[in-house]
Design a protein around this ligand. Structure first.
Ligand code: DI6
Ligand code: FE
Length: 413
């Protein structure tokens, strides 16, 4: 226990320098304190101050690359059941919206999630979390939204909190009560928003909520309903996020920006006004190539517009049973480059620095002294390799809050 030194490695700090968006350091050294869980020094090994050279715990990186621990900033990974039959229906021509309107879609997962016990949900969610951890993920966001009643939303958010007790991973919870209309409230969307506001107050008092999200969409909730939820979040002192402009341009991004949203997510139909508002508010664009791929969408998010306006771009799995049954953040790096034409550097910043911002976290997502000692040590030749190969999992060793964490893909070095 105490001070640790990692050498024989290269580092992608994710602190941009001119002509070097990833802040690369070759032949680097990293020093951290495993009690405070903080980084103490990151830089070229040749510049390592003498006192740090003799710290008691020394680790060899075997020439690998160190990145910040990856951050999956948008998941719905606590749920019951699965929806492969719907996938089949869609391949026979039914659309995601048609299935949702016919009582399938999110609502079918709501049924399965309500039936499942907390322990069942926990076991299933642990398997998903372990897959993400085996890819160097140290922080995840988990949304509720498959319970849609107080006891079931509480059950899901409590499972999300328990995951962080059972595994070396940090979990940020997001209350997404306004995800879909539950079967018992069909035709009463405004009445259901009353329920959402009441649930929010209770769940927030129980310490289960870190942020609030809404599915603002033709098949979800209107702008006015979204605004009511945002007002309630503000009253609780909670930050907001929004599922915005995924299937249509509802103007959700501009509304979210007025509430200083941490992020707007999906954004295939984002307008220039929406992008401008996000840029001014510092709202992160979270792109979800897994959902784009799985729903066989054709309209790509307006990447050029996001770049031009200077909106930070993050990437996430959207892990959920209906539109992205996926637990690979590395696959999202590949898809973001091939499907959305992000540069590898943008993609890598999207699962580190900008993903942290999308969760309102300033203590991670980059490697520098004073930040959390969450890192991944990859046996690769260059960070771009993480975007280049797909369906593969390079060997990785994970440090979470200064402690080596065993994963299905590697133990301590
Ligand atoms: N957008 C999504 O991509 C997921 N939820 C949402 O609001 C899909 C959820 C599902 O189909 O179960
Ligand atoms: Fe989502």
């Amino acid at each position: 226990m105490g001070l640790n030194l990692l050498t024989d490695c290269h580092v992608a700090t994710m602190r941009a320098r001119p002509d070097d968006p990833l802040g690369l350091i070759e032949q680097a050294a990293v020093v951290w304190d495993d009690e405070s869980g903080q980084l103490l020094w990151v830089g070229p090994v040749a510049e390592l101050p003498a006192p740090w050279r003799r710290v008691p715990l020394q680790h060899q990186g075997r020439g690998g690359w160190v990145t910040p621990g990856l951050i999956d900033c948008h998941t719905h990974l606590v749920y019951g059941g699965q929806r492969s039959q719907e996938f089949r229906q869609r391949l026979h021509g039914a659309s995601y919206e048609e299935i949702a309107r016919a009582g399938g879609g999110i609502v079918s997962t709501v049924r399965a999630t309500r039936q499942a016990s907390a322990d069942d949900l926990l076991v299933q969610a642990l398997a998903r979390v372990d897959q993400l951890r085996a890819e160097g993920v140290t922080t995840i966001e988990i949304k509720s939204g498959y319970g849609l009643q107080l006891e079931h939303e509480r059950k899901c958010l409590s499972v999300a909190r328990r995951l962080a007790q059972l595994r070396p991973i940090q979990v940020c919870t997001t209350f997404l009560g306004a995800h879909a209309l539950p079967p018992e409230r069909v035709g009463q969307a405004d009445g259901y928003i009353d329920d959402v506001l009441a649930m929010l107050v209770s769940l927030h008092e129980e310490g289960l909520v870190d942020a609030v999200d809404v599915f603002c969409e033709r098949i979800g909730f209107s702008l006015a309903q979204t605004q009511r939820v945002f007002e309630a979040a503000v009253a609780c002192g909670l930050p907001v996020k929004l599922h915005a402009e995924q299937l249509s341009d509802m103007g959700g991004a501009a509304l979210a920006a007025r509430y200083r949203a941490l992020s707007c997510d999906h954004l295939e139909w984002l307008s220039p006004e929406g992008a401008r508002a996000m840029a001014q508010a510092g709202t992160v664009a979270v792109l979800l190539p897994g959902a784009f791929y799985f729903l066989r969408e054709t309209r790509v998010p307006p990447i050029a517009l996001l770049r031009e306006m200077g909106v930070p771009i993050a990437l996430a799995t959207d892990s959920n049973p209906g539109s992205s049954p996926c637990t690979s953040l590395l696959l999202m790096l590949s898809m973001a480059c091939t499907l959305f034409q992000l540069t590898p550097e943008e993609a890598l910043l999207g699962v580190t620095h900008h993903a942290a911002t999308a969760l309102g976290l300033t203590d991670r997502g980059a490697l520098a002294s004073g930040l959390r000692a969450d890192l991944a040590l990859w046996q690769i030749t260059h960070p771009v390799d993480l975007c280049y190969s797909f369906g593969q999992r390079p060997p990785v060793q994970v440090l979470q809050a200064g402690r080596w964490a065993a994963t299905a893909n590697g133990g301590p070095p």
